[in-house]
Write a protein of this length. Sequence first.
Length: 352
Amino acid sequence: MTTLQNTAGSAPASAPSRSLWQLGWQRLKRDRIGFACLWIVVGFIVLALASWAGLIGRGWNDEIAVSYAPPTFLYQQEHKLAAAVPAVQAESEPKAQGLQPQEDPIWAETQAAYKNRDKYVVPEVKKESSLTFGADIRGRDLLDKVIKGTSTSLSVGFFGALLSVVIGAALGAGAGFFGRKVDDFLMWFYSVFTAMPDMLLLLAFAAVAGRGLGTVILVLSLTSWPGTFRLVRAEFIKLRSREFVQAADAIGASSARRMFVHILPNVSHLLLVQFSLLMVGLIKYEVILSFLGFGVDVRQVSWGSMLSEVPEELMQGYWWQLAMVVVFMSLLVTAFSMLTDSLRDALDPKVK
């Protein structure tokens, strides 16, 4: 008997079960591409937070260089080529003769004005002939400008996607859990809302609401909730008849508790993936709106407002603002898209 007790007592304890989030984090760390994209996205978020705090990019509106100042490497190459080409002496031309004092009818008034010139002359500030990544038409540093634009575009994507997920999840939960008349009414509203093309609806909202960062966030969130609504509704219809929900109903749990305490945590991983997808999409929509003149205010800067200046610049051969926006936007959108795919695989309960 004692031997049996010792044997039973020496049996190793079973390993503690891990939650879906812990398993998902382990799978994500094993995915090298997804984990690298996670750090790229975190880097952009830190950059945006530093810009909002005023640590970097706060001088984006200062005119510190000449108009369309080229990048430093391009400026140095141009000077090297100019120094290598021998100077060609221009043909001598006769010096233009000015008017004599007796021939100038306003000579006396001009001389009197010259005496007071120093009172009104504004000292000229020396501007840079080149910057590290170039300047725009007003001589603003493109590096500071694109950093500030990154924080604006990320803010639109983050808060717009967050509000969109909240709206879609609330409506989808009500439709999927209660069913019947509530589901019929919300499905009718969803069908009417999605009958119009997305871009047309977006432009109509933006034209009525006006320009501004808060307006863009509100417009984008109010037009992008249908996808989340459809997803959450289907999950609530599937989960409302499960045993753990029926057990909660049997012990007297309210409808709100069953919806948001028992069912919603089981679809939270889907909401995270949907949030990532929406964030990428809303960043692109913000760029389109600002490019068309319906986006952020003229006192603000975003990737879309920077791209709206590009056509005029390209006609004159100035390409560096386009290059800056394309590099930043491509890196963030690509990293976010690949991270979303990795999150979908990592948080899928069917994946072992």
